[in-house]
Design a binder for this molecule. Structure first.
Ligand code: NZQ
Ligand code: ZN
Length: 387
């Protein structure tokens, strides 16, 4: 196991009606809030009204930034920074999915940065200080509610990049699974694929001695497999929504990755797809993942895939190693299809035209991953296999 420092600072309030803590938690940071949300789902589910009522009853002044896009744009970040500066905001409250929370995080970091906010997306070392962030999560997927990263899109440059700073982790997040009852089937499926991908990115690793982290990762993967379809079939199944929600946070908050070398190459490849074609992140991941697995499978990595097949999918450990590995990858692909996710790039409107450009851009900061290092030609091969 590698050395690590454990720090997961976000306070989590999990369960039905946990919004009751909102006012008291906000007041730990101040009383001037920027409320950040997306295209209106929080109004439809009555959450917006509930929050405004809490603000009014507790003398919390608030400003709003609405309309944050899925794959949040740098233009929304700039608008948010402006509102925060003009009104001396003390806390940014994001209510929604990962896009809203990510947007809030970079607003918080951009508030203290003198230049244009895109600079701090390109180079996270330029972030020194962050306005406090908090979140109320409405979609189980990204884990942004409990991590310190954010992903922002710049449509002018077809750039979609991750940035991060320890102080971008929310001060607190309210996780009430009932808020996810209305998440549509396709987003529930994409969210489940995203959670699983976060686990794969740290599970498949060169670090051999992280037994504990690997068993925890397998438990989280099995939870996604057990509850992903159930949440689609029974959107108001509290048990399914609750298990997915908590898995979303634990998958990427550091618990599984501490002490390990991590990969993150499927994410880097997917970010290009959403940067150029604005597709849903989890859909791109589900399409690419089985192809990445096939590409990564070799004599050095086969035991990792056997472990995955046996421990997660219950495949008989006594068979041929490669048969077990291929069967595990097939089961992964079939699972994503069973959730209703497209299985090829063409199905989501992506053809051959920009694959080379995307492969170059995905590797512009160097090779992807260490478990299976990928150069631009490797990425291109994976994109082509996924067509
Ligand atoms: O905009 P609204 O109206 O709220 O609708 C949203 C949006 O259309 C809707 N939705 C959310 N909660 C709902 C709901 N609809 C009905 N009922 C509810 N309760 O779902 C749509 C998608 O929302 P979005 O926030 O975009 O989804 P997600 O949470 O999957 O976030 C995706 C973004 O996060 C980034 C992705 O790249 C993408 O930009 N990621 C962030 C990460 C992080 N911060 O650590 C890691 C991830 O790997 C990922 O890259
Ligand atoms: Zn992701």
């Amino acid at each position: 196991m590698l050395n690590f420092n454990y720090s997961i600072p976000t306070k989590i309030f999990f369960g039905k009606n946990k919004i009751d803590v909102l006012a008291e938690q906000i007041k730990n940071c101040g009383s001037k809030v920027l409320l950040v949300y997306g295209g209106g789902s929080i109004k439809k589910i009555g959450l917006y009204d509930k929050i405004i009522d809490i603000f009014n009853k507790n003398e919390i002044s608030f400003w709003e930034l609405s309309g944050v896009e899925p794959n949040p744009r740098i233009t929304s970040v700039r608008k948010g920074i402006e509102i925060c500066r003009t009104n001396k905001i003390e806390l940014i409250l994001a209510v929604g999915g990962g896009s809203t929370i990510d947007c809030a995080k970079v607003i918080g970091a951009g508030y203290y940065y003198d230049g244009d906010a895109w600079d701090i997306v390109l180079d996270s070392s330029k972030i020194n200080k962050v306005l406090p962030i908090a979140s109320i999560l409405t979609l189980s997927a990204t884990g942004s509610e409990m991590d310190a990263g954010a992903v922002i899109t710049n449509l002018e440059t077809n750039g979609k990049l991750a940035t991060g700073h320890k102080d971008m982790a929310p001060k607190f997040s309210i996780l009430d699974p009932t808020y996810t009852f209305t998440v549509p089937k396709n987003q529930t499926a994409a969210g489940t694929a995203d959670i699983m991908s976060h686990i794969f990115e740290v599970y498949f690793s060169n670090t051999k001695e992280a037994y504990l982290q690997n068993r925890m990762a397998e438990a989280l993967l099995k939870t996604c497999i057990n509850y992903g379809r159930k949440a689609i079939d029974e959107p108001e199944n509290y048990e399914a929504r609750a298990n997915l929600m908590w898995t979303s946070s634990l998958a990427i908050n550091g618990l599984l990755s501490y002490g390990k070398e991590t990969e993150w190459s499927v994410h880097a490849m997917e970010h290009e797809l959403s940067a150029f074609y604005d597709i849903t992140h989890g859909v791109g991941l589900a399409i690419l993942t089985p192809h990445w697995m096939e590409y990564a499978l070799n004599d050095n990595t086969v035991n990792n895939f056997v472990e995955y097949g046996v421990n997660v999918w219950g495949i008989d450990p006594n068979g041929d190693k490669y048969e077990i590995a291929h069967s595990a990858i097939k089961k992964t692909r079939e699972f994503f299809v069973s959730l209703g996710i497209p299985s090829s790039l063409r199905e989501v409107g992506i053809g051959e035209e920009k694959l080379e450009k995307m492969a170059k851009q995905a590797t512009s900061r160097g090779k992807l991953g260490k478990f299976k290092p990928l150069d631009a030609p490797d990425v291109l091969n994976i994109y082509k296999a996924a067509l």
